[in-house]
Design a protein around this ligand. Structure first.
Ligand SMILES: Cc1cc2nc3c(=O)[nH]c(=O)nc-3n(C[C@H](O)[C@H](O)[C@H](O)COP(=O)(O)OP(=O)(O)OC[C@H]3O[C@@H](n4cnc5c(N)ncnc54)[C@H](O)[C@@H]3O)c2cc1C
Length: 405
């Protein structure tokens, strides 16, 4: 008799787990609460689905160098394995600066081939059915969906985290894990915008700037990223803001003081920037506002000068001193962070089932034999760039191969 396996949650990790388990010969049922699997995939990469990155480092998934969990996953299913598996399914990749998309740049292509493969491998798909509980029996499990019951020899939980709950991931799977005895690191929104108190750059909303941004929590810098940020009415957005957001979310949850540091003109070292500013303002001939023409968008220069304590419209008495003051400010604009986007705005969840309780070589729970976990339900999140989907496919595949064997 083939092993009876139930996969709960038909997102990226769940579809890969179901396909891998069915290919291993298991009798697989996939239970999804939406009308169709893969709803979130359609929204990824702005509808283009950045489904992997060509290289994945520990830092991309915020793990310490040499981290055993991530290295075990990457050894068993690498980014190249993801690309190969998708080639088999019919997706030709296109590499845009390391970001991998389907050649058609349509997220629908990814969800379509997954649905086809789920069907083609004989997985039984049950949709519009929400799992409400998982009960461990002496041999196997009972899965409860309201008043419906399903029995299984093994279970793979791939219900995601709490990000984008309109796509189905509302955190119920985390509650089930917690009830089963797993430690859950409190989930917080990640890959979303930051809001600052008494935003001094409100008037410059819409401005895009090159910057290095960092999050300081209780006096320590916890994360930094460099790239193009966007000033918003309430704070900042853009990929670098998204990438450092998790530290702010966690700091705020723990009620610690959180600060945002913005370092402008990151392409220039201190010496070069000092010279640039001195050359523009140091001679004390033109107004600071005029002196910044071409360096910053004019919508931003006015706010920048006023916030640094320099009158934009008055030729300075001491140009050198004014230039030094502006230089110091450009190197560190510090703003108090008061919030982030919520789960509805977030692309991913930071937090989830504690990795110490899961064997990364199989994705099996160390507490409950026969229970496997994969994807965003685990305490693993990554930066923008295809890393989160990489982890969903890779961990889903490993869980499927081992859960189905
Ligand atoms: C707008 C947006 C854009 C993104 N873009 C990218 C990108 O370009 N590249 C990238 O790498 N990552 C991206 N991500 C992140 C990535 O999509 C997720 O990390 C990944 O999809 C997580 O996969 P998962 O299968 O673990 O969870 P999910 O995709 O969240 O899937 C969980 C599934 O479980 C189902 N489910 C939940 N609870 C139950 C229940 N009780 N019973 C039955 N079914 C249940 C849900 O309906 C859902 O289908 C993006 C996310 C968002 C929101």
């Amino acid at each position: 008799m083939p092993k009876k396996l139930i996969v709960i949650g038909g997102g990226s990790a769940g579809c890969f787990a179901a396909i891998a388990a069915a290919e291993s010969g298991a009798d697989v049922t996939l239970i999804e609460k939406n009308a169709s699997p893969g709803k979130k995939i359609l929204a990824t990469g702005n509808g283009r689905c950045n489904y992997c990155h060509d290289k994945v480092t520990y830092a991309d998934l915020y793990r310490p160098e040499g981290d055993g969990f991530l290295s075990a996953v990457m050894e068993r299913f690498s980014p190249e394995d993801v690309l190969d598996k998708f080639r088999d399914l019919g997706i030709t990749p296109v590499n845009k600066g390391g970001y991998i998309y389907p050649y058609s740049e349509q997220a629908r292509a990814v969800s379509d081939v997954l649905k086809r493969a789920v069907n083609g491998t004989g997985v039984k798909l049950i949709t519009e059915t929400e799992v409400t509980d998982v009960v461990k029996k002496e041999n196997g499990f009972t899965i409860l969906c309201g008043d419906k019951k399903f029995d299984a020899d093994a279970v793979i939980l791939t219900t995601g985290g709490k990000a984008a709950p309109n796509t189905g991931s509302d955190g119920k799977g985390l509650a089930i894990c917690s009830f089963l005895g797993h430690k859950v690191i409190p989930p917080v929104p990640a890959l979303t915008y930051l809001t600052v108190r008494d935003h001094p750059y409100k008037k410059a909303a819409g401005t895009r700037l090159s910057a290095k941004v960092s999050i300081e929590v209780s006096g320590s810098i916890l994360s930094s990223d460099t790239g193009q940020i966007q000033i918003t009415k309430n704070g900042i957005s853009g990929i670098p803001a998204f990438n450092i957001c998790r530290s702010a979310s966690r700091g705020l949850l723990e009620k610690n003081p959180v600060k945002l540091h913005i370092r402008l003109v990151p392409e220039m070292d201190d010496e070069a920037l000092k010279e640039e500013i001195l050359g523009r303002i140091g001679n004390g001939c033109i107004t600071p506002y005029d002196a910044l023409t071409g360096l910053f968008p004019d919508t931003f220069s006015d706010s920048l000068l006023r916030n640094s304590g320099i009158d934009p419209d008055r030729v300075p008495d001491n140009g050198r001193k004014t230039a030094e003051k502006l230089f110091a400010y450009l190197r560190d604009i510090t703003l108090p962070v008061c919030g982030t986007g919520d789960f509805a705005d977030a692309q991913v969840t930071c937090g989830g089932v504690c990795l110490d309780e899961v064997d990364p070589s199989t994705m099996e729970s160390k507490l409950i034999p026969g229970l496997f976990l994969a994807g965003e339900i685990l305490d693993m999140d990554g930066k923008c760039g295809g890393y989160n989907l990489y982890f969903a496919w890779a961990s889903g595949y490993i869980a499927g191969k081992n859960g189905g064997a």
